[in-house]
Design a protein around this ligand. Structure first.
Ligand SMILES: Cc1cc2nc3c(=O)[nH]c(=O)nc-3n(C[C@H](O)[C@H](O)[C@H](O)COP(=O)(O)OP(=O)(O)OC[C@H]3O[C@@H](n4cnc5c(N)ncnc54)[C@H](O)[C@@H]3O)c2cc1C
Length: 435
């Protein structure tokens, strides 16, 4: 029997991969294979919003990466969560529905990327959006309805968060009820990717509705381990090698007619390329890989927005800390979610946001505050017993640049992720002034 052959092979059923598989297989004459390293997204905690607490750091859903020891963090290595399951990071992330700002897209277009300007990407956002505020039949030039990507208003408000918003207004940051109009300046509740209190990941939005298409094959627990290149001298990638069920699983190979599309995320895609010998030759040799194509940009230019998390103890106001630390409170939380899909279990990690500029020379907000009516030492640990809120801040346009390297040719070995946090004066100044 001949080998199964496809037109497109999409590597990674994450946020981008689910959408790509949907759109490419919409043409019945195209045969599409979607390969995902993680298992199926049936785990209950993926779907209950508060479940990010149990998905991050869990091998069932997270790659469990860590950063290298970072000089800017006093030599510490920190957890670097990435979704490993259909839906990818959209299955474990903060669910905040957030486009970039007009200036970000226009900047990318001006840097030589045609098609990336705000006016060009906006129609794409509108096409796949299903915004709750338009359920009534209303229309809004900045939002779409009827697409696959559900956006809803937060289902919980907190007095402590309302007070933070009022305080922000006193410092000149106005209230905002929509951060997705191109200019984020303001403070308000985040909108979320949820449907009636349940997480709406890219798998539910784009993959599940089309999984029955006869021209789409989805294989989970399939980690791509190599790229097959033509031997005609062109070097063109014409297929992939993958392993079913982990490092000791069965090896497979599949060829395609048109394109292999790497949608394995900001860490996974450069790792695959580097393991295949595509990247900066000297570093590949150091890792024990024979260089095949010199492409110095592979794995370079990693940018990440470090969150600085400040906790403020408060008095005479309700926070989740008190509720979560009492048996009666816990029972109420569970009951509220069961009955109404509301309350703390429907909460994304951050509920209130504020956007501001770190200096007058900034053309648009470059600081994002995430405010939560709770506090804890570390993800996965219990909430503090004293009433408190957390206001973390991140710099949206850091100038520090990091990289993703491989430490060995073994595709199952963890990559070396070095974000180089706070490695420029500018980033350290912003962090020190605005935390
Ligand atoms: C903790 C966290 C919180 C976040 N919060 C928010 C938020 O609130 N709002 C927001 O808009 N964004 C948020 N983000 C960012 C957002 O989730 C990501 O930008 C987005 O999901 C990236 O999509 P992607 O398709 O590039 O990668 P991913 O969604 O990560 O998908 C990559 C997929 O490829 C698979 N893969 C990797 N390597 C291989 C391989 N070798 N073979 C086969 N499959 C492979 C992975 O398992 C994964 O499923 C958050 C991210 C994280 C990690």
């Amino acid at each position: 029997m001949g080998e199964e052959r496809f037109d497109y092979i999409v590597v990674g059923a994450g946020t981008a991969g689910c959408l790509l598989a949907n759109r490419l297989s919409a043409d019945p004459s195209s045969r599409v294979l979607l390969l995902e390293a993680g298992g199926e997204d049936r785990y209950l905690w993926i779907h209950i919003p508060v479940g990010y607490l149990y998905c991050i750091g869990n091998p069932r859903t997270d790659w469990l990466f860590r950063t290298a020891e970072e000089a800017g963090l006093g030599g510490r290595s920190i957890g670097y969560p990435r979704g490993k399951v259909p839906g990818g990071s959209s299955s474990i992330n903060g669910m905040i529905s957030m486009r970039g700002q007009r200036g970000d897209y226009d900047g990318w277009a001006a840097a030589g990327n045609p098609g990336w300007g705000w006016d060009e990407v906006l129609p794409r956002f509108l096409k796949h959006e299903d915004h709750q505020t338009l359920d009534s039949g209303a229309s809004d030039p900045m939002h779409g309805h009827g697409g696959e990507w559900r956006v809803e208003r937060a289902r919980v408000t907190w007095e402590i968060l309302d007070a933070f918003r009022d305080a922000a207004a006193q410092t000149g940051i106005p209230p905002s009820d929509d951060f997705n109009r191109g200019d984020n300046f303001g403070c308000g509740y985040f909108e979320v990717n949820q449907k009636r209190g349940v997480r709406w990941n890219a798998s539910k939005a784009f993959l599940r509705p089309v999984r029955q298409r006869s021209n789409l094959k989805v294989v989970s627990s399939a980690q791509v381990t190599g790229l097959i290149r033509r031997i005609d001298g062109s070097g063109r990638v014409e297929g992939v090698e993958y392993r079913l069920g982990g490092a000791r699983g069965e090896s497979k190979r599949t060829l395609c007619n048109d394109e292999v599309i790497l949608a394995a995320g900001a860490i996974g895609s450069p790792q695959i390329l580097r393991c295949a010998g595509i990247g900066p030759g000297a570093q590949l040799s150091e890792a024990g890989v024979t260089p095949a194509t010199e492409l110095p940009g592979v794995g370079a230019n990693l940018q990440d927005h470090l969150q600085l998390r400040m906790i403020y103890e408060v008095r005479k106001v309700r926070t989740l800390n008190q509720q979560a630390n009492s048996l009666f409170g816990k029972a109420g939380i569970g009951l509220e979610y069961l009955l109404f899909r509301s309350g703390p279990m429907s909460m994304s990690p951050s509920q209130l946001g504020a956007f501001a500029r770190s200096g007058d020379d900034e053309p648009s907000p470059d600081l994002e505050y995430h405010v939560q009516p709770l506090s804890l030492d570390r993800f996965g640990e219990p909430l503090h017993r004293f009433p408190a809120f957390t206001a973390s801040v991140c710099h949206l346009r850091p100038s520090s640049r990091g990289e993703v390297r491989i430490a060995s040719p073994d595709p199952f070995a963890a990559p070396r992720i070095a974000p180089n946090y706070l490695s420029t004066d500018r980033d350290r100044t912003v962090a020190a002034r605005w935390h």
